[in-house]
Design a protein around this ligand. Sequence first.
Ligand SMILES: Cc1cc2nc3c(=O)[nH]c(=O)nc-3n(C[C@H](O)[C@H](O)[C@H](O)COP(=O)(O)OP(=O)(O)OC[C@H]3O[C@@H](n4cnc5c(N)ncnc54)[C@H](O)[C@@H]3O)c2cc1C
Length: 444
Amino acid sequence: METTLIIGAGLTGLSCAHHLGGREYLLVEKTDHPGGIVHTTVRHTKYGPFDCDGTGHWLHLRNPAMRDLVQQLLPGGLAEYERRAVIHLAGVFTPYPFQANTYGLPRDIVLDCLLGLMRARHPEDFGLTAPAEKPRNFRECVERLFGEGISKHFMVPYNEKLLGVKLEEISATYADRFIPRPSMEDVIKGALGFSREALGYNAKFVYPRHGGISALPRALAAAIPTPPRYNTAVTAIDLATRTAALSDGTTVKFGHLLNSMPLVALLNMLGDPLPADIRAAADKLRATTVWYFDIGVRGPTPENGDHHWIYFPEREFIFYRAGSYSAVHREAAPEGCRSYYVEMSGELGGLLHRPAELRERVLADLRKAGVITADDEILFMELCSIPHAYVIFDEHYEGTRQTVLDWLAAQDILTQGRWGGWNYGGMEDALLEGKAAAEYITAQ
Ligand SMILES: Cc1cc2nc3c(=O)[nH]c(=O)nc-3n(C[C@H](O)[C@H](O)[C@H](O)COP(=O)(O)OP(=O)(O)OC[C@H]3O[C@@H](n4cnc5c(N)ncnc54)[C@H](O)[C@@H]3O)c2cc1C
């Protein structure tokens, strides 16, 4: 039987290898470690090591089989946390989610939010008529779901900062898939201070007790029958001979192939010229790049320095979110120290070309919000990027992605995971998709 080739030792590839039930495979990984996007960098300082996960990576395990798997893999166990996430707007911190917690914001904003939702739900009471046509894009969806106030103050500016594009460019179906319809009761109660914040909004998550989020892919890589072949990239794939060229100069013949590297990279590696419609489709798949600073500080924790993460919808703050590894998991930073990840996307006013200025701007904005203080000792501040961070669900997305996936399926190539499948998925989805690929392969 020909071997199964798995490209990438992120959670998708590792899970596939784990669930192949002893069937032979070759798992190739271009870097020197498992985990892909899920990776903890240990930053050493004179006060001790800091575990930095490449922005927050918190586990939501809803599938019982995946929860059991993760629990078995991590003998140190999992710590469970209740989310402490807030929004910073008009100088005020309110709990997440925004729409259910406007109490405490300036009264004109609260009024905008309440009246906006009521107008959107009951236009006739305000002498308005409900729009006859379906919403044309994500912006219109958000305005109809949440009303003008919640859209204007949070949903539109926050999502535009995160995605780095105008919401008119995002397809209306994005809202159907990812944005739950807010309940009128939650919005009204939240405006009057009777928040039901903990209900139903992914309020709890788990995290490895020791070793950062890397503990999970490391444990999975140690548990699979054949370890990944590290420092080895697939460089070309020949569909006619079902062979792949590797960066170590060897060629492997494969029966099944599971890809988890970015879909566009896979298409670029297929030997023959791609059919014109597939090439055209591939050219339309878009993703945002996220830039983030890992920051380590020492000093007493200010009141606003201890939130798990903070959403910043306002343009006067350059980042869209600032999270704290150590506020969630105390062990992530040494005693007396704290650690943050500060996320940005888009053009950033050209500051990416002037990193020293960008750094000063980020520190100034963090001080303005009270996350760090002027007395904090800055121990490190590292700028990193995630080239593929969020899929852009524009008007072409669904059709083009499906065209590409159908064509690959016809070539008997499996492609899964966040970027292999060019989709919005979390760590549990990656584990599940790797498992589903293994089940497909073993059923052949
Ligand atoms: C900013 C951000 C925050 C996130 N936060 C969370 C969170 O809090 N909770 C959550 O559940 N999920 C979160 N996720 C999602 C989660 O990280 C992903 O869903 C998951 O890690 C995807 O795993 P994967 O194996 O599909 O892909 P990847 O991790 O991208 O793995 C692909 C692997 O392929 C390798 N590779 C690439 N090219 C080649 C080649 N030519 N040859 C060989 N190997 C190659 C790469 O090195 C990599 O190891 C977040 C993602 C991002 C971007």
